[in-house]
Design a protein around this ligand. Structure first.
Ligand code: KIV
Ligand code: ZN
Length: 513
């Protein structure tokens, strides 16, 4: 059996199914590029038939990514499969990922199909897909709660039809490591042609065991592909966290004996990018990528680490991409220095016009803030709309006053459909007044689901990064805004969220469909 563990990243598909994590095409392309730098083996770029937006995004990513296999999800029917194959056409290497539920509950209540019908449809779908590609993954959805005999029958048939990867999803996250691992082992032992496919794990984190279950699937079950997401993003409580899987396998190579192709120094930049784009903050005590993951607070631990690092550290912070906050640029830095730093950070901007726009944002920031860190540059680029993005709303300026005992008042100037407008309003606090001022002109009627502020670097001179989550008519969107002034950052975040609500190509949240 191979000792290579395939890392299949599904941040752009399963990860996007987190309520509020919907991303624009441009945001997904940025993440896909970062996943390529991270050297994941497979990028699941979306679900082509779920919306035109997803189709176009998969098509665009397929044309850009060269070093990873690009994959689209598809239901087990001809239309979905053809659409996915069409979206993947430009890819250097592509995969169709076909799924069909096999648990008694899903077959009866959701699909309203008999087991025989499901068996036939699974076979037929792979036969159809086989005409389009020879890289086919099949997932029996809710596989972990399916009947073992039935699962063996279906999986044997789909392998015979040409499926090359068999994924075993714990769709509802009810698995227990030992049982999940043994279920894969049993499947591989009982299915006569099981050696013709690579076995894969796909675990949800409803009981906090997604990583443990996936690793058991690898160790006990012999799976050689792990499906996972950056920061464990995914439906409900999330999916399996890529960074934890990779570092577990690398750090405990003595136990797992497997190789992964990941460039671990890109883990923290990937985590930051996904967090910044989705607005899903990483909890400080999150393994590997949390702010405290390498912080030693107790005196005994600090003393130990100073004497010998491995007394309390099993991984090196720099190996997963943690860099000390470095002052990289300042007010006097020129365009070339800025461009070079972008290159060093692995950031590719599509055109000179985009570089110019980002550079002028950098200059504005350098006027407000003496020291510019890598994190600031990443935020500048992250929040700069792509050249082709026609934005309905754009922040121009803000004035607000608040004093103890007085009701805060804000005046916000922004462009709306190309025309500059000024909104004014009071509020419970300066942020509330600012958002009310915008809303007085836009009248979106959107419901605010979340407001959060995070400091991009340390200290009170840091830029604030604000996330606003809005919901309207089945769409849940996040807007992110950064600025040294958190009230201005709030206005930018609110306008960014309104832009997404306004973009009708943005698909409905899966929970609302
Ligand atoms: O959780 C799940 O079952 C899935 C499948 C589509 C693989 O995401
Ligand atoms: Zn899933």
């Amino acid at each position: 059996m191979s000792d290579k563990l395939i890392i299949f990243d599904t941040t752009l598909r399963d990860g996007e199914q987190s309520p509020g994590a919907s991303m624009t095409k441009d945001e997904k392309i940025r993440i896909a590029r970062q996943l390529e730098r991270l050297k994941v083996d497979v990028i699941e770029a979306g679900f082509a038939s779920s919306s035109n937006g997803d189709f176009e995004t998969i098509h665009a990513i397929s044309g850009i990514i060269k070093d990873a296999t690009v994959c689209s999800l598809a239901r087990a029917n001809d239309r979905d499969i053809s659409r996915a194959a069409e979206a993947l056409k430009p890819a250097a290497s592509s995969r169709l990922h076909i799924f069909l539920a096999t648990s008694p509950l899903h077959m009866e209540k959701k699909l309203r199909m008999t087991p025989d019908e499901v068996y036939e449809q699974a076979r037929r779908s792979i036969r159809f897909a086989r005409n389009l590609t020879d890289n086919i993954e099949f997932s029996p959805e809710d596989g972990y709660r399916s009947d073992m005999d039935f699962l063996c029958k279906v999986l044997e048939a789909v392998i015979a039809e040409g499926a090359t990867t068999i994924n075993f999803p714990d769709t509802v996250g009810c698995g227990v490591p030992e049982l999940y691992g043994h279920a894969i082992k049993t499947l591989r032992e009982r299915i006569p042609n099981s050696d013709k496919a690579i076995w894969s794990v796909h675990c949800h984190n409803d009981l906090g065991m997604a990583v443990a279950n996936s690793l058991a699937g690898v160790k006990i079950g012999g799976a050689r592909q792990v499906e996972c997401t950056i920061n464990g993003l995914g439906e409900r409580a999330g999916n399996t966290s890529l960074e934890e899987i990779v570092m577990a396998v690398k750090t405990r190579k003595d136990y797992f004996g497997l190789e992964v192709g990941i460039d671990t120094a890109q883990i923290v930049p990937s985590s930051r990018l996904v967090s910044q784009i989705t607005g899903f903050l990483v909890q400080p005590n999150k393994a590997v990528v949390g702010a405290n993951a390498f912080a030693h607070a107790s005196g005994i631990h600090q003393d130990g680490v100073l004497k010998a690092r491995d007394t309390y550290e099993i991984m090196r912070a720099e190996d997963v991409g943690w860099a000390n906050n470095k002052i990289v640029l300042g007010k006097l830095s020129g365009r070339n220095a800025f461009k070079q730093r972008l290159q060093e950070l692995g950031i590719t901007l599509e055109s000179e016009a985009e570089i110019n726009a980002a550079f002028s944002r950098f200059k504005e920031l350098a006027d407000q803030k003496a020291e510019i860190f890598d994190e600031d540059i990443i935020a500048i680029v992250g929040n700069e709309p792509a050249e082709h993005d026609a934005e309905e709303f754009r922040f121009v300026s803000l004035a607000q006053n608040s004093a103890t005992g007085e009701r805060p008042h804000a005046r916000v100037v922004f462009s709306m459909g190309g025309k500059e407008v000024t909104g004014e309003a009071d509020g419970n606090g300066p942020v509330d007044a600012t958002l009310n001022a915008i809303e007085s002109k836009v009248v979106s009627g959107a419901e605010q689901l979340l407001y959060s502020v995070n400091a991009i670097t340390t200290g009170t001179q840091a830029q604030g990064e604000v996330t606003v989550r809005l919901s309207k008519a089945g769409r849940i969107v996040n807007g992110v805004g950064t600025d040294p002034d958190i009230v201005a950052a709030s206005a930018k975040a609110y306008l960014a969220a309104l832009n997404k609500l306004d973009d009708k190509s943005f698909k409905l949240n899966p929970q609302a469909i």
